[in-house]
Design a protein around this ligand. Structure first.
Ligand SMILES: Cc1cc2nc3c(=O)[nH]c(=O)nc-3n(C[C@H](O)[C@H](O)[C@H](O)COP(=O)(O)O)c2cc1C
Length: 167
């Protein structure tokens, strides 16, 4: 199978996996106040002034119609002891929040306890991105602590090994 003009889909996946990232759970609420969330490593910073970030979502995700409509989302950056949280939100189901400790943030969007950072965003733009939708958010409130972030690359979870530079 080819992804585009002779680029093999599996090879492309492998190459993209060489770009190691953090792991986030992006959360929102629907019109009824029900919480939704999805594990995503497509999160990236866009602009400092104004403060903009983006992430993108597969069009076939169960929660796609909810995020597409939502006016807000929150990026929850997972700490390295939150692999079970990542796994929970990487499954396609409706009640991922059962038994999970969260605080309701701006607009009632859930902020997951125990993360190493969070960014509460107002959605300001969406763009088509092939089989994904790109969401851009303006950051309205941030939080961070000293917990170590969870990493993901080559299809595996990892923990960060800091390197001290000398000289
Ligand atoms: C580490 C990791 C990163 C992921 N990143 C994304 C992403 O950026 N965008 C996306 O749409 N799905 C991503 N996924 C897959 C979704 O989490 C998965 O499809 C999930 O089932 C979607 O939930 P839903 O179908 O309930 O909406 C990722 C999964 C993992 C494990």
């Amino acid at each position: 199978m080819t992804a585009n003009d002779g680029v093999d889909a599996r090879q492309l996946r492998n190459v993209l996996g060489r770009f190691f990232t953090g792991v986030t759970v992006v959360t929102t609420v629907d019109a009824s106040g029900k919480a939704w969330g999805v594990t995503a490593n497509s999160f990236t910073s866009v602009s400092l002034d104004p403060p903009l970030v983006l992430w993108n979502q597969g069009l076939t995700s169960l929660s796609f119609p909810v995020f597409e409509k939502a006016g807000r989302f929150t990026i929850n950056i997972l700490a390295d002891d939150q692999i079970p949280v990542s796994q929970r939100f990487a499954r396609s189901e409706e009640n991922k929040f059962d038994g999970l400790a969260v605080t309701r943030g701006l607009g009632g969007v859930p902020v997951i306890d125990g993360c190493c950072a969070t960014l509460e965003c107002r959605k300001v733009a969406t763009h088509d991105g092939g089989d994904h939708r790109i969401y851009i958010g303006e950051v309205e409130r941030v939080y961070s602590n000293d917990r170590r972030p969870l990493l993901f690359g080559d299809g595996k979870y990892m923990v960060a090994q800091p390197v001290e530079l000398t000289g």
